[in-house]
Write a protein that binds this ligand. Structure first.
Ligand code: SAM
Ligand code: DTB
Ligand code: SF4
Length: 320
């Protein structure tokens, strides 16, 4: 099958002067999305630390000595209480993360299914990120009402082995396929600032954009360097690179919600707004991502107010 986007097309976009690139991204954005609107999503780590994978960026990997240790899984009531609070503060999507290499059938997975049902009962979009899943497990998540499954490609196929050795790029693609077959929407993106080349960045976006159908949601993370991980000493990401990535993602995947994800605590208000100008229409909202800090809620509200943006309203209930 011929691919929709070629290497040279994507690299050509990435290398365009920033202002015309932004013009195009903005035009695409306005054609497909309400202008000025940003979705607030809240993250919660429901099972923290002790993960068997060796992702070089991740504080939750048991391969590295970080300040995040293995913790017990949260109980359903705790999670639902957090989701209720997130809703009261204006979030419309609640994303639950587990530091698992893969989902194993049994009581822990059953608990996640109950969490999903509880979050859906509150009228929120429900997303989980649990590592690899089979098609059958993805179907059970779909039956519980799950809207989206997050599973990032993180980087290019070529660069993958230098970041993660305990699984392959194809493992990652297989899970995305299982999620898609189960009728759950796909949330998949990556990280910049891990020492990757511009070609790696373009190839990651190209792989995502060539998926058919394309992911409905694309998180773009800037590395949060964490003490004890192999990437702890990476230099900070140039905010303009983040803007460029978001603009290219917006042009390649016009309908996707592009999420300005990890790394916002190191960005100025102006840089965050440029990311939104480039097509980002979602942020993680709340004091914490999974294990690392996120901007204060008051600062985000001030940014939204001062820029005249509006937080996406909750979707009216479609079922009774
Ligand atoms: N264990 C599951 C998995 O890997 O799919 C779910 C949780 S994992 C923490 C979700 C995503 O968070 C990763 O794929 C990665 O893109 C992002 N992430 C983890 N640590 C990060 C860091 N230090 N900086 C930026 N993004 C990070
Ligand atoms: C995504 O792409 N970014 C979020 C969400 N998907 C699950 C996670 C960011 C995690 C940042 C590091 C941490 O807080 O542990
Ligand atoms: Fe585990 Fe996910 Fe962290 Fe990788 S990114 S070490 S799979 S929690």
């Amino acid at each position: 099958m011929t691919e929709k986007f070629t290497r040279s097309f994507v690299r050509g976009l990435y290398d365009r002067p920033l202002l015309p690139l932004l013009d195009e991204a903005r035009a695409v954005h306005r054609q497909h999305h309400p202008d000025n609107e940003v979705q607030l999503c809240t993250l919660l780590s429901v099972k923290t630390g002790g993960c068997a994978e060796d992702c070089s960026y991740c504080p939750q990997s048991s391969h590295y000595d970080t300040n995040v240790g293995p913790e017990k899984m949260l109980d359903v009531e705790h999670v639902i209480a957090s989701a209720r609070r997130a809703k009261e503060l204006g979030s419309t999507r609640f994303c639950m993360g587990a530091a698992w290499r893969e989902v194993k059938d049994g009581p822990a997975f059953d608990r996640v299914l109950s969490m999903v049902r509880g979050v859906k009962d509150l009228g929120l979009e429900a997303c989980v990120t649990l590592g690899m899943v089979t098609e059958d497990q993805a179907k059970r998540l779909a039956e519980a009402g799950l809207d989206a499954y997050n599973h990032n490609l993180d980087t290019s196929r070529e660069n993958y082995r230098s970041i993660i050795k305990t699984r392959t790029f194809d493992d990652r693609l297989r899970t995305l396929e299982n999620v898609r077959k189960a009728g759950v929407t796909v949330c998949s993106g990556g990280i910049i600032g891990m020492g990757e080349s511009a070609d790696d960045r373009c190839e990651m976006l190209r792989t995502l954009a060539n998926l058919d159908p394309q992911p409905e949601s694309v998180p773009v993370n800037a590395l949060v360097p964490v003490e004890g991980t192999p990437l702890a000493n990476m230099p900070p990401v140039d905010p303009l690179d983040l803007v460029r990535m978001i603009a290219v993602a917006r042009i390649l995947m016009p309908k996707a919600r592009v999420r300005l994800s990890a790394g916002r605590t190191s960005l100025s208000r102006e840089a965050q707004l440029m990311c939104m100008l480039a097509g980002a229409n979602s942020i993680f909202y709340g004091e914490k991502l999974l294990t690392t800090p996120n901007p204060d809620e008051e600062d985000d509200m001030a940014l939204i107010r001062d820029a005249g943006l509006s937080a996406m309203p909750p979707r009216p209930a479609t079922s009774v």
